[in-house]
Ligand binder design. Sequence first.
Ligand SMILES: C[S@@+](CC[C@H](N)C(=O)[O-])C[C@H]1O[C@@H](n2cnc3c(N)ncnc32)[C@H](O)[C@@H]1O
Length: 316
Amino acid sequence: MTKTFFDYLNRAVMAAMANRLRNAIVVLSIQSVFAGAALAQAPVPVPKPAAPDFKSEWSKQENIYRSEGDKVPSGYTIDRSLSDYVRALAAGFDSKLAALTPADRWLDIGAGRGQAILDYFAPEYDITYPEGRAQRGIKAQTVAMSIEDRRTVEWRLIAANKSANRLQYWFNRRLRDYTLQESGQFQLITDVIGGFSYSTDLSFFMEKVISMLATGGIFYSVLQDVRSEAGTNEPYYEKAPFLTEIVNQKNEQLSVCSWLKRITCVEVICESKKGWRPPVQAYQVQKLCSDVKVPALTPVHFESGTPPERRYQLQD
Ligand SMILES: C[S@@+](CC[C@H](N)C(=O)[O-])C[C@H]1O[C@@H](n2cnc3c(N)ncnc32)[C@H](O)[C@@H]1O
């Protein structure tokens, strides 16, 4: 049966709720352990917290990436269409895509099955976006990147009918594993609940993304359930944290948007999307020059999920 967009939303909500419930249980058990310890011991100097050990959460996350058939968790959506991308990403995305020429390159990080790229090559695309059709010609060179190989028969058929660099699928590695020499640069990079939502090291991820953008190129991405730029919203689930959180050295919350705006040589636009449950923030990051410095973030919490729950501390 064809799944509707709302099926995906429901699945995402159910998965997030399960994730949050698990969190609550973990937090409660940690609190009880510490409460018991405090009663039993005389005051001693508080040891410095050990660096968080995320190994077991990473391995659970890896199982999600490698899941197949009915083992794929219901919240792990791998087949969003191009129109889903247009709805989720910032307002300028569809006109930027429609204006790409055959010499331009588009990278979709965390592409899953690569459905958005397939839709771009479908004949219906030119009917939907008649403007700029002549300039688009045979369309841009595209790369779908995914940790796991989710290519479908449809992908293989369409790719087989194009020249090698028109439709590529890179897999078995994460974004961080590609050198700039291998990847080259792109005029457009997208990420819809891909590496930007799943990466453990967000500042290194952004450094890589911007290094792969040509000057003038734009990165479009999105995050679910995060603090807004104005900082006026609360996490979507009661008693749960935001899904991606950044705190400063004093443990005060910062929005992802304000962190992105501290990156040098880029222009950032943040857009709160309406009608999404949980709420969604869209980001547009345009590279203006090459002296890019991304403020470093240290990962302090990672809990596997679809997407995972992450917290980072800004290094001043
Ligand atoms: C939930 S799927 C989203 C797929 C697609 N964007 C969609 O909306 O249907 C997550 C995708 O992100 C990929 N991914 C996660 N972290 C990544 C990283 N650091 N580098 C590259 N791909 C990553 C996964 O392999 C997978 O293809």
